[in-house]
Design a protein around this ligand. Structure first.
Ligand SMILES: Nc1ncnc2c1ncn2[C@@H]1O[C@H](COP(=O)(O)OP(=O)(O)OP(=O)(O)O)[C@@H](O)[C@H]1O
Length: 590
């Protein structure tokens, strides 16, 4: 019922068209009674009554009714199809919008394959139900009711005899519906799992090939595929158990009609023409019974899919705009973390993080992998909310900001670079779609990407494959950097952005960034000392805490973690790093 109420919420908008369609179904159901009536009349009046003049008009009427029904059916099928397409258009749109609003914590938990199953198979089940199942059910029920009414009109005792079988059929149909529902939910679940395996395999096909794990992947797929087959078979077993029963009952109905009707004809309480009418109408009783299994199948499939879609639509993002998000006009680049602690789940990832960055400053985060550097950035962009403490941007808690406004003032090059299957120009202009070609080029030049782009056969019009296939790691990083620079944000975040770029190119990028960053707050996460040494403030992180802070020279003097990393990366001090040697060892040793 809940699923029907839910789908009605969408059909309601097109109710005029939908009810018009149902009305036409009703007309066809009533027209279904005419041909059996005319057939009976031909037998009684033309064949036995020898009134041959009536033959052609009655046959003509039968042909007329047949064409009329076909024309009306064509009309209402179009109506149902157009309503169902509009309905699933809306559902698809709402689902997609919901997916845009859901935050990182949702995507952390949900598999892409599950989402794809919602957007494809489940939506198709809803379409099938609105475009086909509803009207077929309505047509079967109304035809059945008209047939019962008409049978009572023709001959009450025979009608009553036939109706004795129908409650038994109803009972089996109900049992089928009850038993088959859980099997459909199980099929939908398994379909999602199968989808996830396929999706992961396609996304990770390079890893699969690199590790020569094709056989393992085939085996993994086979497990889920077998489970999917089993679930379908379990479901089929349930309804196949009932289908022959329903079918046999329908067959028995014909036998019962011939038996009881024959006796009545022999006893002259029924004419042969009337028996022919019953015989022609019996399909109207049989058909719903034969179809019941399939239709219940469809309805249960619809319910299972509708529940899943509804679940997704009702999933609320955890990061939401404040009730009265203030219009914040302030110095955007001021970023402050005040005693911030955070964990993605139970385990604490950040502990008591505090620092302040002013516009024009560059803050670098360095530390071992898993130290929590990217997590700091996740909180700054409000991809997650802090557990304790506050994150301030422009002197206001990020929770008071309108999320879109907050993020519009930031540009980020993420560690895991994602490029769209679009032209290079389209990718760079992603954040500023109306940017001129010149500004796209300028951003690419700043990111040291212009040169290699112009060397490509189609230059900026080169279409890059999904996730940037066809480009090297360093090239992808530079395009992503250009995309961030074009946005010209108040806060620029570079998470491991130049890790795949050679030292020389990195140096040139750093020089350009120095001019670009004037007045902006820049966050750099890196593992290379060369990427962070120019920063105004370097935060060294370990196990979610800041263990050292200061400028490059200050940190070297501390001879702690940073100093060790420096030594590991540069080896023994040499001429090139004489400046640092002076700082660390003092002047007298030179
Ligand atoms: N979405 C997430 N859900 C649960 N745990 C996470 C999530 N993202 C990161 N973590 C965990 O939080 C910790 C800090 O991760 P984070 O990515 O911030 O480290 P990092 O210092 O940026 O590491 P790296 O230098 O390798 O990028 C790690 O233990 C990681 O496993």
């Amino acid at each position: 019922m809940q699923s029907l109420r839910w789908i009605w919420g969408y059909i309601k908008k097109f109710q005029a068209r939908y009810f018009m369609g149902l009305l036409l179904v009703l007309v066809v159901s009533s027209l279904n009674m005419l041909n059996p009536y005319f057939a009976g009349k031909i037998v009684d009046r033309v064949i036995y009554g020898h009134n041959e003049d009536l033959l052609w008009p009655l046959l003509g009427a039968m042909v007329g009714v047949t064409f009329c029904k076909a024309a009306i059916r064509y009309g209402y099928q179009l109506m149902f199809e157009s309503v169902s397409q509009s309905v699933i258009f809306k559902i698809r749109e709402q689902l997609y919008n919901r997916l845009q609003r859901l935050d990182f914590s949702f995507y952390d938990k949900t598999k892409t394959g599950d989402i794809m199953a919602r957007m494809t198979g489940d939506i198709e089940a809803v379409r099938h139900f609105t475009a086909w199942s509803i009207y077929i059910i309505f047509e079967n029920i109304t035809t059945l009711l008209f047939a019962i009414g008409f049978m009572f009109y023709i001959h009450v005792p025979l009608a009553l005899t036939l109706l004795t079988v129908t409650p038994i059929i109803g009972l089996f149909a109900y049992r089928l519906s009850y038993d088959v529902k859980p099997t459909f939910s199980a099929i939908r679940e398994q379909f999602s799992k199968l989808n996830s395996v396929v999706q992961e395999n396609i996304s990770g096909n390079r890893v699969v090939k690199a590790f020569a794990k094709e056989d393992y992947e085939i085996e993994k797929f086979s497990v889920e595929n077998t489970a999917f087959k089993e679930k379908n078979l379990e479901s089929a077993k349930v309804w196949e158990k009932y289908l022959p029963i329903l079918d046999s009952l329908a067959g028995l109905l014909t036998v019962l009609m011939i038996f009881a009707g024959g006796i009545m004809v022999i006893r002259s309480s029924l004419t042969i023409g009337e028996l022919v009418m019953f015989n022609s109408l019996i399909w109207a009783l049989n058909n719903p019974m034969r179809m019941a299994g399939w239709l219940i199948n469809d309805v249960q499939r619809f319910i299972a899919s509708a529940e899943k879609i509804e679940d997704l639509m009702n999933t609320e993002p955890q990061i939401v705009n404040p009730a009265n998000s203030k219009k914040i006009n302030t110095s955007l680049g001021v970023v402050e973390f005040n005693h911030v602690s955070f964990g993605y789940g139970e385990e604490q990832v950040l502990t008591d993080i505090s620092f302040k960055a002013m516009p024009g400053q560059t803050v670098a985060l360095i530390g071992p992998t898993g130290a929590g550097k990217s997590t700091v950035i996740n909180l700054l962009c409000r991809f997650y909310d802090t557990d304790r403490g506050e994150v301030l941007v422009g002197e206001h808690n990020v929770k008071d900001w309108n999320i879109r406004e907050l993020r519009e003032n930031m540009a980020m090059v993420m560690q895991d670079i994602f490029l769209f299957s679009d032209t290079i120009e389209g990718n760079i202009a992603y954040g500023v779609p109306d940017a001129s070609f010149e500004s796209v080029q300028t951003a690419a030049k700043m990111a040291e990407a212009h040169e290699f782009i112009t060397r490509l056969p189609d230059g900026y019009d080169t279409i890059i494959g999904e996730r940037g296939v066809g480009l090297s790691g360093g090239q992808k990083q530079r395009i992503a950097l250009a995309r961030a620079l074009l946005k010209d944000p108040a806060i620029l975040i570079l998470d491991d952005t130049t890790s795949s770029v050679d030292m020389e190119t990195e140096l040139r990028i750093q020089k350009t960034l120095k001019t670009f960053n004037q007045g902006k707050t820049c966050f750099i996460i890196a593992h290379r000392i060369s990427s962070v040494k120019e920063a105004d403030l370097i935060l060294v992180m370990e196990n979610g805490r800041i263990i050292e802070r200061g400028k490059h020279t200050e940190l070297l003097m501390k001879k702690g973690y940073y100093y060790n990393v420096y030594k590991n990366q540069y080896g023994n001090f040499d001429g090139m790093h004489r400046e640092e040697e002076v700082i660390v060892n003092g002047t007298q040793q030179i």
